[in-house]
Structures are given as C-alpha cells and as structure tokens.
Ligand binder design. Structure first.
Ligand code: IMP
Length: 180
C-alpha cells in the first residue's frame, strides 16, 4: 500500500485511481441521465475541485454544458451569519440557468450552504451539488446535502485528487487517509 508523509502526519492510500475513476463515472452517469435535455452550467469551486471536475466533465454523455470557476473563502464574523468572500468571483450569469456546483469535499456544508443562497439570489433556476467526497457525520447545513456523491467518507482528514494539506499534495493520483 502506498503511503505519504506530510508535515509530521502519516497518510495511507484509501481510494486507488481505478476506484476513483469508477466513482466519477457513476456520478457522471447520474448527471448525464438527469441533464440530458438541459444545458447546465458547472460552477467549479477552486482550488480543490479542479481534478474531479476535469474527470467528471469528460465522463458525461450527451450533456451540452458550460463550465466556469470560482474561488471562495467562508468565515464567521461576530454576527451569526457566515460571510462568503469571493477570491475569484462568479464570471458567468446564472439567471435562468440550471447550476451544478462541483466540489472536492462537503464537510460542514457551510461553503455549499452559502453558494446555494448566492445562486438563488442571482436567479438560478436550480442548483445542485456534485462532490467527489461527502462527510455526512460532519454536515451542519441540511440544504447542503449534495445530490451527486462519488463516495462518503468518515470524519478523517483526506488528501490527494485535488484535496490538500496546507496547499500541498493536491496532485496525488489517489486519495489518502490520515492515520493516527
Ligand atoms: P465545508 O464548507 O465545511 O463543507 O468545507 C469544505 C472545504 O473544506 C473543502 O472544499 C475543503 O477545502 C476543506 N476540507 C474539508 N475536509 C477536508 C479534508 O479531509 N481534506 C482536505 N480538505 C478538506
């Protein structure tokens, strides 16, 4: 089994490239069936989702679509509502579009919760979420439950296939889990 050491933590390979490819194809098949007669706009959340998005979009069948990219950072101020900061803002009009947000992982769901509200406020017809990984045990926002999931993961920290540890290891071809 392949392992990676990063900043004092030990990671073991959890999903091989072959397993990932199967999961991605299964998500692509679902989206292809649901969006055959629509022209969705994929909104890819940088930086982490770029690897998953590249594979997912190429695995779609007969879906005429567009793709755009955003980069956000969400933080909590002193008020009780989270604020979404656009580091790379949305450059495409979402009004009257069927939007599919593409994420690497949904954890608490805060990012998706806020992005969905943003899409709604800008007149999107519908907004669904495709994510490579989903940590259901950590979800704090019910409306952030993703419609399309490559694989569910428990609460452990994972890296690779776009997911980073302090900016590093996004380029790993497999997904690795931290070992205590
Ligand atoms: P959320 O807003 O709490 O759902 O957080 C989503 C973001 O947290 C993801 O886009 C990742 O950048 C980051 N994240 C959450 N869990 C992990 C992990 O296990 N490894 C790497 N990044 C993670």
């Amino acid at each position: 089994m392949r392992t990676i050491d990063e900043q004092g933590y030990h990671f073991e390979e959890w999903l091989t490239p072959e397993q990932i490819a199967k999961d991605v194809q299964q998500v692509a098949n679902q989206i292809s069936a649901d969006y055959k007669d629509k022209e969705p706009l994929f909104v890819v959340v940088l930086n982490g989702a770029f690897v998953f998005a590249a594979d997912l979009l190429r695995a779609l069948k007969d879906v005429r679509c567009e793709v755009t990219f955003i980069r956000v950072s969400s933080y909590w101020g002193l008020s009780s509502t989270g604020k979404l900061e656009f580091i790379v803002p949305l450059q495409q009009v979402v009004e009257n579009r069927d939007v599919i947000i593409v994420e690497d992982i949904v954890d608490t769901g805060l990012t998706i919760h806020q992005l969905k509200a943003h899409m709604r406020a800008h007149g999107a017809t519908s907004t669904r979420v495709a994510t490579m990984l989903f940590k259901p045990a950590k979800l704090e926002y019910n409306d952030a439950k993703p419609e399309y999931v490559g694989r569910e993961v428990s609460e452990e920290f994972v890296i690779g296939y776009g997911l980073d540890f302090d900016g590093f290891q996004r380029n790993l071809d497999a997904i690795y889990k931290v070992k205590q």
